[in-house]
Design a protein. Structure first.
Ligand code: NAD
Length: 398
């Protein structure tokens, strides 16, 4: 099949297997060029197939030499439909891990369900005995509660009052003003149920009750804060309220894990182009200006550089540096005064006519297409390619 990008709103509905493989290979290459990490040896990554979770899995395996189990929710190819990018990423990751003799298995299904949790617990018990690090990196629009069966849908809205600001359609480069109505109490409750800490705690409780957490085990989940100009739609909005809940869960889990000498952390990461962040209004415009400034100052990072820094300079480098709320800050470069002041200046001036001059929208778009395996040099996108690709550990089970 010849695979080209196809869009439905913000979502790209196709993915290119060779491009996804290249993305994974480049991330692995980057990690191999960095000093080795004295870190965890058995790592479970929940949300392992794209974005920060994928990068966490790559750093664990290729930076620390860890065995990894990845949990994700991806779709394989069927008929004229390609698989999702995350499916191809997991296939490429496992193939590369096998070549290095690294244990890698993937569980594909709804991480919020009891069934997938049980399947993961059984696999850990059977293959490892215990786990040293649990990375929780889910980003999902929906969750079915495993006990009550209630279906929750998250929304990205301000809380309290409407919010108006600039936004960009990153395909056309059109800058416009968007007004978002505030969320209802019910929408806030739903968003907290999907993106808050309840499911993370369910995972850790289940692992701890089954005695599957190794002495000194660590768990980490990811959060975001960002600048004042996105606060209304992010940090003070529905998603930020859910992040407050996730952060409170980290503190609770940190206490709970003391009996194992374990630790639970939140890492506040940098804003990056992922499938999740591209759906948030205002944020893509901010990111494209942020990228321009950070690239100019030589401070730009992608998911893999961020996760490398998390493991090598924070989590596994002696005492873990945290802020006054106990959080690891990997957004330290994004939030530097000189960066934020420069972004604010651009923000005031930006409009459709000068967007290419004032922002790195081109870089944003390239990163977005690359999430789906497109726009890589050296790949002939006019060539037929087999879209049916196996994830080795899933194929061997079938
Ligand atoms: P992403 O969309 O790239 O990845 C989400 C992952 O979750 C994928 O592996 C997907 O398969 C998996 N997933 C979704 N629903 C699932 C389900 N029901 N069962 C199993 N797996 C499921 O997202 P991302 O941007 O890497 O976000 C990961 C975390 O990092 C989130 O907590 C997010 O808030 C946080 N974060 C993101 C940014 C950013 O700018 N992207 C910045 C800071 C923090």
């Amino acid at each position: 099949m010849i695979v080209k990008p196809k869009f439905k709103g913000f979502i790209c509905t196709t993915a290119h297997p060779a491009g996804c493989e290249q993305q994974v290979t480049e991330q692995i290459q980057y990690v191999k060029e960095q000093p080795k990490i004295e870190g965890p040896k058995r790592v479970l990554v929940i949300g392992s197939s794209t974005g920060y979770g994928l990068a966490s899995r790559i750093v664990s395996a290729f930076g620390a030499g860890a065995s990894t189990i990845g949990v994700c929710f991806e779709r394989q190819a069927a008929g004229k439909r390609t698989a999702t990018a995350g499916w191809y990423n997991m296939a490429a990751f496992e193939k590369a891990a096998q070549q290095e003799g690294l244990y890698a298995k993937t569980i594909n299904g709804d991480a919020f369900s009891q069934e997938i949790k049980q399947q993961t617990l059984d696999l850990i018990k059977q293959d490892w005995g215990q786990v040293d690090l649990v990375v929780y990196s889910l980003a999902s629009p929906k969750r079915v509660h495993p006990v009550t069966g209630e279906m929750f849908s998250s929304v990205i809205k301000p809380a309290g009052k409407p919010y108006t600001n600039k936004t960009v359609d990153f395909h056309s480069g059109k800058v416009s003003e968007v007004t978002i109505a505030p969320a209802t109490e019910e929408e806030i409750r739903h968003t907290v149920a999907v993106m808050g800490g309840e499911d993370w705690k369910m995972w850790i409780d289940a692992l701890q009750e089954a005695d599957l957490l190794a002495p000194g085990a660590t768990t980490i989940a990811y959060s975001y804060i960002g600048p004042a100009l996105t606060h209304a739609v992010y940090r003070d909005g529905t998603i930020g309220i859910a992040k407050n809940d996730l952060e409170a869960t980290a503190r609770q889990l940190h206490d709970q894990l003391q009996e194992l000498d374990g630790r639970a952390y939140i890492s506040v990461n940098k804003a990056l182009v992922t499938q999740s962040s591209s759906a948030i209004p205002v944020v893509p415009l901010y990111i494209s200006m942020l990228f321009r400034i950070m690239k100019e100052k030589g401070l730009h990072e992608g998911c893999i550089e961020q996760m490398q820094r998390l493991f090598s300079d924070r989590l596994y480098a002696g005492e873990v540096p945290v802020d006054d709320k106990g959080r690891i800050r990997l957004d330290d470069w994004e939030m530097k005064d000189e960066i934020q002041e420069a972004v604010t200046q651009l923000w005031e001036q930006v409009e459709t006519a000068n967007i290419d001059e004032l922002s790195d929208l081109v870089g944003y778009r390239t990163d977005f297409f690359r999430l789906f395996g497109f726009e890589y040099d050296g790949i002939d996108y006019d060539k037929e390619i087999d879209v049916e690709v196996d994830i080795p550990s899933l194929a061997s089970k079938a």
